[in-house]
Design a protein around this ligand. Structure first.
Ligand SMILES: Cc1cc2nc3c(=O)[nH]c(=O)nc-3n(C[C@H](O)[C@H](O)[C@H](O)COP(=O)(O)OP(=O)(O)OC[C@H]3O[C@@H](n4cnc5c(N)ncnc54)[C@H](O)[C@@H]3O)c2cc1C
Length: 284
């Protein structure tokens, strides 16, 4: 699995992430750095993840990298102790603010949505400006969430959502998820929000570019995952688009890789075939 996941992860260490971000910046791409640390089960693990974020912020500032950070609240202890999570998040956001760095709070499975939105609102109401949220177009609640957040004029990354959710919570078909993506994007643009449009879906990229051109907007960016549609990302940058790449690093690569492979079973099949061919070189 580690070998299969290599294209999607900068590496196990912060130095790997620094090198990857420097390379992306040299290609005029921005980055967002994610410390892999989902599935923490003890407070000490959440505290270790927070320390890793402080180190990442130090590296971004020290190397003058054009990057921000993306944080999963479960990695900061959301499912262990809400108060612990709140205080670790507050220190990461304060440290980032002192260095002029933005923090994106990733959105996780639907049981985390309310708490994630609540902690986001608390930070903005406390005067923090360097923090943004993620909304998932697969969720039926998302347009209502845009309405609830409207008074904050949130900075939003919009994505389809990667977690498997029941039909009662989430649209299941590709077209319904796309339609809700476009509707949510329109609602966010209408509110005057800065939007990070996170998708590799060509149809959605085209709808996004049409809309921002028609509205003459430049308060948006495109976002893609490390290792996915890199040629298309380069083309978009060459056409003058602001594009940010999600750069995960750390030794907790297993859960992240599993999700990437679940998303793209064809890739898993191809890699499995390649592995079999190496074991049985005479076959195929
Ligand atoms: C920057 C960024 C941040 C994200 N943050 C979150 C988050 O906080 N919460 C959350 O739930 N989800 C997040 N996601 C994941 C997102 O919700 C989708 O699950 C993911 O982007 C796939 O949907 P898509 O819109 O790219 O379209 P898809 O239709 O899935 O993909 C379109 C095409 O892109 C290519 N592609 C897509 N994925 C892969 C892959 N893994 N390997 C190779 N090719 C691939 C394929 O050619 C595919 O046909 C994020 C995605 C990005 C890009």
């Amino acid at each position: 699995m580690q070998r299969l996941s290599a294209p999607y992860i900068a590496g196990a260490t912060l130095d790997d992430a620094r090198r990857t971000v420097a390379q992306l910046n040299a290609e005029q791409k921005l980055a967002t750095v994610d410390v892999l640390g989902e599935e923490v089960t003890r407070a000490a693990e959440a505290e270790a993840v927070a320390l890793a974020y402080h180190a990442a912020l130090d590296a971004i500032a020290g190397d003058h990298l054009d990057a921000n950070v993306s944080v999963k609240l479960t990695a900061l202890g959301l499912e262990i102790d809400l108060d612990l999570c709140r205080s670790l998040l507050a220190t990461v956001v304060a440290d980032a603010a002192a260095r002029g760095i933005f923090v994106r709070i990733d959105m996780e499975h639907s049981a985390c949505t309310d708490d994630t939105l609540r902690l986001y609102r608390e930070l903005l109401e406390a005067g923090r400006e360097n923090v943004g949220i993620v909304l998932q177009s697969c969720l039926r609640r998302t347009l209502a969430d845009v309405g609830d957040l409207a008074d904050l004029r949130p900075n939003v990354r919009l994505c389809k959502g990667i977690y498997v959710e029941p039909p009662s919570m989430a649209f299941q078909g590709r077209e319904a998820i796309r339609a809700n993506f476009v509707q949510t994007l329109d609602a966010l643009l209408e509110l005057g929000c800065y939007v990070g449009v996170a998708t590799h879906d060509e149809w959605l990229l085209e709808r996004t570019l049409e809309r921002v051109a028609a509205l003459d907007r430049d308060d948006y960016e495109l976002q893609m995952l490390l290792g996915v549609r890199e040629r298309r990302a380069t083309e978009l940058v060459e056409r003058g688009q602001r594009l940010r790449v999600y750069v995960p690093y750390g030794d907790r690569w297993y859960e992240y890789s599993l999700r990437r492979l679940q998303e793209n079973p064809a890739l898993a099949g191809m890699l499995a075939k390649a592995a079999v061919m190496r074991i049985l070189p005479g076959v195929g």
